[in-house]
Structure formats: structure tokens, C-alpha cells
Design a protein around this ligand. Structure first.
Ligand code: C5P
Length: 218
């Protein structure tokens, strides 16, 4: 029997890393919904589509193919994105485009189709509340803003991207504000989600804790 696992939480709380590992352990497919918002933001920035033009963003999505592979690759209109969608500029733009109702409707519809056959670990902001309200397992991952900025800082360092720690703290705080205060599907913990604060936990510990929940459901 396969389940769907929804993982939500603020930016840089470790959702993607945890979801990827968990999917590997369970032989499930990992779907990173943030990558989809990032692709739309990236394309809008490149094509000069205004980030506050909801209708234009809607038609942009209609003309966009996003493919997420089980190996974790992200293809935008056939081109592999890799780190192109991971810059701070794209992060901020993704947070902006994701505030629009049309953008959310169109991407949520695609996400629901991807999870139809179960066996999916999906991470994002609204998975447990909107995309997969019937997911058998719902996790809400959090960590202090300092712990999240520190992780992003180290991640950037490993990729050879230089970043300023204080600026990362400020950007994380701004994205938190945008994501939690927006009118459409704001970031919030689903009532039936299990909250895990990862500030003081290793990746292995978090994955093991979620695996125990999966086993209890089987
Ligand atoms: O998870 P990630 O940081 O890659 O997501 C980028 C942005 O996309 C987030 O800041 C958030 O605004 C948006 N997002 C969203 N709903 C999701 C996933 C991401 O609004 N399910």
C-alpha cells in the first residue's frame, strides 16, 4: 500500500532535503512544488513579464511545460534548470508570483494530477491544507530563522555562491511574511499535521521520525 506524504513549512526549514531522503527510503516519488513556482518566476523574469500581472502570469503558465523527474531534475520547457532557479532573486520572485490566485490554481491542478497514483512525498507551503488535504501523513517542518539562515549560508558556500548571513536572515523573514500573510493559501499548519521543529535535529533524525509515522499508518 502506498500513501501520500505532505510536507509543509517555511523556506529553508529543510523540506526538500527531508522529502528527497524520505522518498528514497520509502521508494516514493519526491515532488518539490516550490521548484514549479520558481520555474514560473524564472521564466517571467527572463521574458519581462511583470510579477504583479496576474493575467499575464496565468497565460505564461499555460504556455509552460514543467517536468520534475524522480531523480530530482527540474526541466522548464525542456531545459534542465539546476541552480538557475535557486538564486536569491528567483526565490524572492517565486514568493511574489505564488501570491496570485490564478498562478496557484493552475499549479495546484498540475500537482494534484501528479499525486493521483499515491506514493508521493510532496513538499511546499499548502500541500496539507490545499493540494492534498487527504494525504495520509502531514508534516509541518519548522526551524528558527537563525538556523534556517545558517543552513542556507552553508548550502550556498558549498555551491560556491557567496552570501551575507544577515541578508539571508532578512530575506527569510521577508519570505515568511509574504508566505504567511498572503490572501491566497497562506502558509499555515494543517489541523491534522504533525509539527516538527528541526532546529536542533539532524536530517537522519527527522527522516527517522517521519518514517515511524509512516509505519504506524501501514
Ligand atoms: O520551497 P521553495 O523555497 O523552493 O519555494 C519558493 C517559493 O514558492 C516560496 O517562497 C513560496 O512563496 C512559493 N511556494 C508556494 N507554495 C508551494 C511551494 C512554494 O507558495 N506549495
Amino acid at each position: 500500500m502506498k500513501l501520500n506524504i505532505a510536507i509543509d513549512g517555511p523556506s529553508a526549514a529543510g523540506k526538500s532535503t527531508i522529502a528527497r531522503r524520505l522518498a528514497r527510503e520509502c521508494d516514493y516519488i519526491h515532488l518539490d512544488t516550490g521548484a514549479m513556482y520558481r520555474c514560473i518566476a524564472y521564466k517571467a523574469l527572463n521574458q519581462g513579464v511583470a510579477l504583479d500581472d496576474e493575467a499575464a502570469l496565468g497565460s505564461l503558465i499555460d504556455q509552460t511545460e514543467i517536468r520534475l523527474t524522480p531523480q530530482g531534475q527540474v526541466f522548464l520547457d525542456g531545459e534542465e534548470m539546476k541552480d538557475k532557479i535557486r538564486s536569491d532573486a528567483v526565490s524572492m520572485a517565486a514568493s511574489q508570483v505564488s501570491s496570485w490566485k490564478i498562478v496557484r490554481q493552475k499549479l495546484v491542478e498540475r500537482q494534484q494530477k501528479m499525486a493521483r497514483d499515491k506514493g508521493v512525498v510532496m513538499d511546499g507551503r499548502d500541500i496539507g491544507t490545499v493540494v492534498l488535504p487527504d494525504a495520509e501523513i502531514k508534516i509541518f517542518l519548522t526551524a528558527s530563522p537563525q538556523a534556517r539562515a545558517q543552513r542556507r549560508f552553508l548550502e550556498n558556500q558549498q555551491k560556491g555562491i557567496s552570501s551575507d548571513y544577515q541578508q539571508l536572515v532578512a530575506e527569510i523573514a521577508q519570505r515568511d511574511k509574504q508566505d504567511t500573510e498572503r490572501v491566497n493559501s497562506p502558509l499555515r499548519q494543517a489541523e491534522d499535521a504533525v509539527g516538527i521543529d528541526t532546529s536542533e535535529m539532524t536530517i537522519d533524525e527527522v527522516v527517522a521520525a517521519i518514517q515511524r509515522l509512516v509505519e504506524e499508518k501501514m
